[in-house]
Ligand binder design. Structure first.
Ligand code: NDP
Length: 296
């Protein structure tokens, strides 16, 4: 039996939110600034509705202004772009989040490109991607990988230098920015994906393993280097024997926790950190726009 640390993402996120709330209060008290986050939701995708509801609730709980823009699924691309341009110009709005996915007739790339990079709190704009890739501290970092990094740094006491990191998945929203963040922390980074030969062997070399695949419990005990830190980004709904469903990650949690040094559960690991990091990014964006020193 191993005594792997189960990283409590819920508690971690609560601490981040408390820190953000204090920063927001300071901005109000000392700078007369109330950070504002605009969330744009197109259509009625049930998962997106839940995400947006949680984002709005937590934004308000932290003392920030939340502006919500719900639009019908038949909104034209041009109308949505015009909405984004308006938010770019709105001084009450420091962060803009357009909930993905968008309906098929709207280009997500075009909409993301329309967001002012300094208000792009999701960190998906190519300017921010480029800043992250070049190691600039000015990048807005995508929320999910940022949350993963915070938990990893906490586990390792702040320094990841020289760790061998393997990221499973190469999406623009998780895998690629995660790899860039770990490289910026001086890890030796390998990214593996569906075309990689012998993924298992690559994973077994990892001190840090981040799984962002979307395949239920794909990563098994035999893939893990003893003592490794395992961050499970995956969210997969599977059917149980009794016909009910449950959420599982990309990592076979019960068996992997027997060998690894630390692991995030699903649910209750990476998920809660994503919104907490969105709130933190909104404070960062507000400080930059008002030329106020960013809170550490
Ligand atoms: P994508 O589907 O965009 O990317 C999945 C990646 O996994 C791709 O790079 C793909 O490779 C790779 N992949 C797929 N199958 C395999 C396989 N059998 N072996 C190796 N690699 C494989 O997903 P996302 O990055 O958007 O999300 C990944 C998971 O994380 C999902 O479960 C999603 O729900 C979850 N998620 C959770 C968040 C949170 O807040 N906790 C936030 C965002 C996502 P290739 O490129 O070759 O196709």
């Amino acid at each position: 039996m191993s005594d792997a640390k189960i990283i409590d993402g819920k508690a971690f996120a609560q601490n981040v939110r408390a820190r953000v709330a204090k920063q927001v209060q300071d901005l109000k008290d000392y700078n007369n600034v109330t950070p504002g986050l605009a969330v744009v939701l197109v259509g009625e995708d049930p998962a997106s509705q839940v995400y947006v509801r949680n984002k709005v609730k937590q934004t308000e709980e932290c003392g920030m202004k939340s502006l919500e823009y719900r639009r019908d699924p038949d909104i034209s691309e041009q109308e949505l772009l015009t909405l984004v341009y308006g938010l770019n110009e709105n001084p009450e709005v420091n962060g803009i989040l357009v909930q993905l996915p968008l309906p098929d007739h709207i280009s997500e790339d075009k909409v993301i490109a329309a967001i002012a990079p300094e208000k792009d709190v999701d960190g998906f704009h190519v300017i921010n991607t480029g800043l992250l890739a070049t190691g600039s501290e000015d990048a807005m970092v995508p929320c999910t990988p940022l949350g993963c990094l915070m938990m990893l740094k906490d586990f390792y006491g702040g320094d990841l230098t020289g760790k061998r990191a393997v990221v499973v998945g190469r999406s623009n929203i998780v895998g690629k920015p995660m790899g860039a963040l770990l490289l910026n922390e001086s890890c030796t980074v390998t990214t593996v994906h569906s075309r990689t030969q012998d993924i298992e062997e690559e994973c077994r070399r990892a001190d840090i393993l981040v799984a962002a695949v979307g395949r239920p419990e794909m990563i098994k005990k035999e893939w893990i280097k003893p003592g490794a830190a395992v961050i499970d980004v995956g969210i997969n709904r599977i059917e149980k024997e009794d016909g009910k469903t449950k959420l599982v990650g990309d990592v076979a949690f019960d068996e992997v926790k027997e060998v690894c040094g630390a692991i995030t559960p699903v649910p209750g690991g990476v998920g809660p950190m994503t919104i907490a990091c969105l709130l933190a990014n909104t404070v960062t964006a507000a400080c930059r726009q008002h030329k106020i020193e960013e809170p550490k």
